[in-house]
Design a binder for this molecule. Structure first.
Ligand code: FBP
Length: 552
């Protein structure tokens, strides 16, 4: 394999561990904190997790290692979408495991949770793992979105673990995967399998966080990658002065990524889905809001600008989510075949007109035809519209163009509006992890092994104090049940980790809110440039603006 100069250089990078984990395995002691309770629905969660509920919080500290010395055989799984730094979680886990006992073994289950059920596995050794140090991607073992959630699957998992003598499983995933990690931990404990389960918080979306887990890994690198590109586009826009750029950024439902990019680049517009839902904003209001900025800038001679659109925003527009619900109904079961049997768009349009409520038809009618057709093309395996595939950047620019045409007719606007469209998503998920993500992920993996070694199960590996230098980071563990509440999913009440959306009274949003009016009219762009891996710490080791503001 041919390596780029940067990849070769990154092999030599030594990730920074929290100060308390730096003295060698023999000097990592443990301190048990308070007993924990779930964030809500305590009685229900306790009843569902009788063996793993209410455990104590854990902090590691410099001291005598008092863990039991037994051979550990650990299996690791990467679950869900890629996030920069996943390889380093595995490297940290491997290094701690081998530093504790050379005989310890690390298995990697391939292509996500299905690897555990299918017993599709590899054994890590130095040569293999060294290829992946400080690199992006999940190709070290592959990832997948199969969910481990049924007792049948858990029983097979227990058999596979028994076959390999596995003592612990580490699941690297987002809120759903870690919810399932907690359920698996409970199952293994209830069935006396002797297999521990530890989770690690992953997702570029940044929505697996709370008072305890300060951020999920990958968010830092992905947001910085998108911000670099947005900054470059801003500078291009400000040079050519002839385009409005509509940029959709990834983040399936929460707008943390969009908000972070806005804080880093100060664009003219950034929609925040959570605000759209809270204020019950309509598509027309949102289009007017953007058109106001276009008009005001045009009046100052600036027929250019940049608007950031979060990937999931349309789902937060109340009228649009009602429309999606009705379309799902309209095409449920065999009705989809009737629809597909129609030959022309005109026939299909009549079918839609007859099936939708008057209100939803009004929303549907204002959409550009391309988006209308997308709504009927893209279905997930359950037959639902895949909202994340809707080209919302094109939707908003088309709606804004309509608004501007009206304003032109009314004589309030006389500018030029040329829109260009971008989607930044997959570009950011496998970038070389920033120094922050390299260090954070390695620490998460190293720490996960310490939790295993000390016998804990149903815990999330936790590294905190992240806005400070790594030497001041705090390592420990958090019982996953502490983050859970009951939510209605697919018609049933289920125990789940609460998803963290952007808080409208939180400091990151407040900062954005206080500045956005000025950014909408002036050209206040900031150009963050590419992620730097070498150089002064204030350039290379900075965290996100979100984390800095949250921990101010
Ligand atoms: P995870 O929640 O699994 O980390 O994935 C997040 C994400 O990157 C979203 O931002 C995006 O909507 C989605 O994955 C895309 O999924 P896929 O890779 O299946 O196309």
């Amino acid at each position: 394999m041919k390596y780029s100069p940067l990849q070769q250089a990154r092999y030599a990078y030594t990730p920074k561990l929290p100060g308390m984990l730096r003295n060698g395995i023999a000097e990592i002691g443990v301190k048990e904190g308070q007993e924990t309770q779930s964030v809500a629905d305590q009685d229900k969660i306790k009843a569902l997790f009788p063996n793993t509920y209410g455990k104590n919080e854990i902090t590691f500290e410099k001291g005598q290692n008092t863990s039991e010395s037994k051979k550990q055989v650990v299996g690791v799984i990467l679950s869900g979408g890629q996030a920069p730094g996943g390889h380093n979680v595995i490297c940290g886990l491997y290094d701690a495991l081998k530093a504790t006992n050379k005989e310890n073994v690390l298995y990697g289950f391939k292509n996500g949770p299905s690897g555990l059920i299918e017993d599709d596995v590899l054994v890590f050794d130095d040569e293999y793992i060294n290829e992946f140090r400080n690199t992006g991607g999940f190709d070290i073992i592959g990832s997948g979105r199969t969910k481990l959630e049924s007792n049948e699957q858990f029983a097979i998992a227990a058999e596979v673990c028994k076959k390999h003598g596995i003592t612990a499983i580490v699941i690297i995933g987002g809120d759903d995967s870690n919810t399932n990690a907690a359920i698996l931990a409970e199952y293994f404990a209830a069935h006396n399998t002797g297999v521990q389960v530890i989770g690690c918080p992953k997702t570029i979306d940044g929505d697996l966080k709370n008072e305890e887990i300060e951020c999920s890994f990958g968010f830092d690198t992905a947001a910085k990658t998108y911000s670099e590109l947005i900054g470059n586009i801003e500078r291009d826009a400000n040079s050519a002065k002839k385009y409005w750029h509509f940029i959709k950024v990834m983040g399936r439902s929460a707008s943390h990524v969009a908000l972070e990019c806005a804080l880093e680049t100060q664009p003219n517009i950034c929609l925040i889905s959570e605000e759209v839902a809270a204020k019950k904003m309509s598509l027309s209001q949102l289009a007017d809001y953007i058109a106001d900025s276009v008009e005001k800038r045009s009046a100052k001679g600036m027929n250019f600008g940049v608007a950031i659109i979060p990937e999931g925003v349309v789902e937060f527009v109340p009228e649009f989510s009602t429309l999606i619900g009705e379309i799902n109904e309209l095409l449920a079961g065999s009705k989809a075949d009737d629809f597909n049997a129609l030959n022309t768009w005109a026939e299909k349009y009549t079918f839609i007109e007859q099936g939708l409520s008057k209100e939803s038809m009004t929303v549907f009618a204002i959409l550009p035809q391309g988006i209308q057709q997308q709504l009927f093309l893209e279905r997930d395996p359950h037959g639902n519209v895949q909202v994340s595939l809707i080209e919302s950047e094109k939707l908003f620019s088309a709606l804004v163009a309509d608004k501007l045409a009206e304003r032109k007719k009314n004589g309030t606007y006389n500018g030029k509006f040329n829109a260009l469209h971008h989607f930044f998503g997959y570009e950011g998920r496998c970038a070389f992890p920033s120094n922050f993500d390299s260090d954070y992920c390695y620490s998460l993996g190293y720490n996960a092994f310490m939790l295993i070694q000390y016998g804990y199960t149903g815990y999330l590996s936790k590294i905190s104090n992240l806005s400070k230098p790594a030497s001041e980071w705090v390592a420990g563990g958090l019982p996953i049940t502490k983050m859970m509440n009951m939510e209605r999913r697919h018609g049933e009440d289920k125990p789940v980790i609460r998803k963290a959306l952007v808080e409208l009274d939180g400091k990151p949003f407040k900062f954005f809110e206080a500045n956005r009016e000025e950014w909408a009219v002036e050209t206040s762009y900031v150009y963050p440039g590419a992620i730097q891996y070498y150089g002064p710490a204030e350039v290379c080791d900075i965290t996100t603006r979100t984390l800095a503001l949250e921990q101010e």
